[in-house]
Design a protein around this ligand. Structure first.
Ligand code: GDD
Length: 407
């Protein structure tokens, strides 16, 4: 049997996602109309002999309860949320729930970061992992040399695919091959995490004995149950014939900012053409709005037939889109109203916000503040223009703004 674990972090993580993570945990923010975490979960469906999916995080349990029960029913597969009492790090969180994870006696454990967007080639990773015969195999991808330092950089043996060297977000360039945050392990991973904790405890005791206080404060000691997968496990185990790499040539992005979420929404909408074409709006029939490219429209949304929508637009539940509206490259969240002849381009419009007649929200990925974000319950009055700006929740805009954060 195989189990899958998705690390969903907690409220102190995902801060770059503000103001969109103020009242919705980032893993539940919709991309292509589905919660972020839904995409890795549905990819797990393709894993042979999958027994369970666990989400591990330190968000409140109630925030995930509804999603977890509906997705379990939909997939006919148990999906459980496991809440840590405090952050334990990406490996410590896994270790904290080792007894529950091992209940099904799995031979393999998939471990996925929730905030990556990719095609999740999980079955082929499993095959490769079994062939390599190591303790773990990680998904890797080549990125541009300039962007590599935002990720874990690594060196792999081109023939055996063994992980030879690993450095987390290095200051000087190591390699353009990076860690995608998608792994498969044998249960031996728990021993590896335990070793880190034990060693750390040993070192802490040693310091206490020598009462070398200056040293102790200079090398800040992490709590023994806080273990990071990258720095504490991957780096020391590289080059020991335990870890291997599986390279993907498909799409991959990390989802740290609202701008990246809009980009990832586009990637997932494009993927729907092959995996879930029924979710894409067709625009057939005279009563429907004109649809351009990949668009998701929630069945409860009301879109006027004279509106023109797409490409890369996701419209969530109970949204109302008026006559003559034009939407391009945007995520419109639940209960938003967009009145007649408004235009929204490269923007995210928060829950319950409203855009007045002839108003405009326009963003640019390359602008200082990036795309335009309207937080929850923002009102943009008639004819007001909002360009490359971030508007915090509950603001009323009656004058036009550009390149501003409206607090
Ligand atoms: N449950 C739980 N508890 N989850 C956590 C915790 C924790 O204490 N800390 C982090 N996570 C989750 C995050 O929500 C995220 O899904 C994942 O673990 C990794 O988060 P970070 O440890 O903050 O690392 P990162 O996202 O900056 O970078 C990691 O992922 C990149 C790929 O997206 C690194 O592994 C990089 O090397 C890698 O390139």
């Amino acid at each position: 049997k195989v189990v899958a674990v998705i690390m969903v972090g907690g409220p102190t993580k995902g801060t770059r996602f503000r103001p969109l993570s103020f009242n919705t945990p980032k893993p539940l923010f919709p991309l292509a109309g589905q919660p972020m975490v839904h995409h890795p979960i549905s990819a797990c469906k393709r894993i042979p002999n999958l027994a369970q999916i666990y989400l591990i995080g330190f968000h409140e349990e109630r925030e995930f309860a509804l999603y977890v029960s509906s997705i379990s029913n939909e997939l006919k597969l148990p999906v459980r949320y496991l809440k840590e009492d405090k952050p334990h790090g990406s490996a410590g969180g896994l270790y904290y729930f080792r007894d529950i994870i091992m209940e099904d006696s799995p031979s393999h454990i998939f471990l996925l970061n929730c905030d990556v967007c990719c095609s999740f080639p999980l079955p082929s990773m499993l095959d490769a992992h079994i062939k390599y015969g190591g303790m773990g195999t990680m998904l890797v991808i080549k990125v541009s040399a300039e962007s590599a330092n935002q990720f874990g950089e690594l060196v792999a043996d081109p023939d055996t695919h063994e992980l030879l060297h690993y450095t987390e977000k290095p200051e000087t360039f190591v390699s353009d091959l990076i860690n995608c945050g998608v792994y498969i392990f044998t249960p031996d991973i728990f021993n590896a995490i335990e070793d880190v904790s034990t060693n750390r405890e040993g070192r802490a005791n040693l310091r206490r004995l020598s009462s070398f206080e200056a040293l102790q404060s200079a090398t800040r000691i992490l709590p023994k149950d806080f273990v990071r997968l990258d720095q504490d496990i991957l780096s020391p185990l590289a080059g020991k014939k335990k870890l291997y790499t599986y390279e993907t040539n498909d799409f991959w992005e990390q989802i740290k900012t609202p701008g990246l979420s809009l980009k990832c929404s586009e990637l997932y909408l494009a993927q729907f053409r092959y995996t879930s074409s029924h979710l894409l709006a067709s625009g057939d029939g005279e009563k429907n709005a004109k649809i351009v490219g990949d668009v998701y429209i929630h069945p409860s949304a009301k879109v006027h037939p004279s509106a023109k929508i797409g490409p890369n637009v996701s419209i969530s539940a109970n949204v109302r889109v008026g006559a003559g509206v034009r939407l391009i490259g945007c995520i419109i969240l639940d209960d938003v109203e967009i009145k007649e002849n408004a235009v929204v381009i490269n923007s995210i419009v928060g829950w319950k916000s409203s855009l007045g007649r002839w108003s405009r929200a326009d963003g640019d990925y390359n602008a200082k503040l990036g795309i335009t974000i309207l937080g929850e319950a923002v009102t943009v009055e008639d004819e007001v223009v909002v360009i490359n700006s971030i508007v915090l929740p509950h603001k009323i805009l009656n004058v036009s703004v550009q390149d501003e954060i409206i607090l």
